[in-house]
Design a protein around this ligand. Structure first.
Ligand code: ZN
Length: 235
C-alpha cells in the first residue's frame, strides 16, 4: 500500500536513499523560490512526486519579486501546484508583512483561474489569510487548499474546516496543548500527514505520526493511511 507524505522540499529529496524509497511513499514536494522551478518541473514527472512551486514568505526579496509573475505563469502552465506560499508574522528579518500580502495575493490570483492545489504556510496573520482565501480562491471550487504543519488553535482549525481546507499534521503539532481536542474535530476527509525532514528513518517517523493520529481519532492506522492517500489525490 502506498502512503502519502504531504509536505517536503526539493532540498530534502536528496536525503532519500534507495532503501527507504522501498517503503512506497508518495511525496508532495515544494519549492520556495523562483530558481527551484526547473528542477520541480523535472521531479513532477516522477510518478510518486507531486510538485508545487511558489515564492515562500521567508524568501521574498527584490530579485525574487522581479521574476515572480513569469515564474508563476510558467509553473502553472507546466502543471505544478502553488506552494509553498503564505504569511509569516512571527519570523524576524524577512519581508515586511504588507509586502508578504502583496506577493501572496499575486500568486493566489494567478492560481485562482486554474485547477491547481495550493500549499499554505501560515504563522500568525490568520485573519489576513482567511480574508484573501475568501475573496480570491473561493475554496471548494477550483483549488484544493492545504495548510501545512498546522500548529494553531481550535478556532483557526474550525475556520479551515468550514472552508473545506485540508489540514496537514506533522510532528510539531503534538506539542500543542490542545492537540487531542483539535484532532477530534478534524474530519478524516480533510486530514493530511507530513514529515518535512527526511533521512534514513523517514518511513518510521511518518508511520509514527499516522499512529499517533489513529490513536487520537480512534481509527485503524492502515485505514487512516488509505484515507489520507485518497485525500491527496485531489491536489
Ligand atoms: Zn515547508
Amino acid at each position: 500500500m502506498r502512503v502519502l507524505n504531504a509536505h517536503t522540499h526539493i532540498e530534502n529529496l536528496s536525503k532519500i536513499t534507495a532503501s527507504n524509497l522501498n517503503c512506497e511513499i508518495d511525496y508532495f514536494v515544494n519549492g520556495t523560490k523562483c530558481d527551484d522551478l526547473d528542477r520541480l518541473i523535472q521531479l513532477n514527472k516522477q510518478p510518486n512526486l507531486k510538485c508545487f512551486a511558489g515564492l515562500h514568505p521567508w524568501k521574498i526579496d527584490d530579485q525574487e519579486m522581479a521574476k515572480l509573475e513569469g515564474f508563476i505563469d510558467r509553473a502553472l502552465n507546466e502543471g505544478l501546484g502553488l506552494g509553498e506560499v503564505g504569511l509569516d508574522r512571527a519570523r524576524r528579518g524577512i519581508a515586511d508583512f504588507e509586502v508578504q500580502k502583496r506577493v501572496l495575493r499575486l500568486q493566489l490570483e494567478a492560481v485562482a483561474s486554474r485547477q491547481r492545489g495550493v500549499v499554505l504556510h501560515i504563522v500568525r496573520g490568520w485573519g489576513d489569510l482567511l480574508e484573501m482565501i475568501d475573496s480570491i480562491l473561493k475554496p471548494g471550487r477550483n483549488n484544493p487548499i492545504m495548510v501545512h504543519n498546522f500548529c494553531s488553535n481550535i478556532e483557526n482549525c474550525r475556520q479551515l474546516i468550514r472552508r473545506e481546507i485540508f489540514i496537514s499534521i506533522g510532528q510539531p503539532f503534538f506539542t500543542h496543548k490542545d492537540a487531542a481536542e483539535i484532532l477530534k474535530i478534524i474530519p478524516v476527509e480533510r486530514l493530511l500527514v507530513e514529515e518535512e525532514e527526511m533521512d534514513a528513518n523517514i518511513c518510521e517517523r511518518l508511520n509514527m505520526i499516522y499512529e499517533k493520529i489513529s490513536i487520537a481519532k480512534n481509527i485503524d492506522k492502515e485505514l487512516l493511511k488509505n484515507i489520507c492517500f485518497e485525500n491527496g489525490k485531489v491536489f
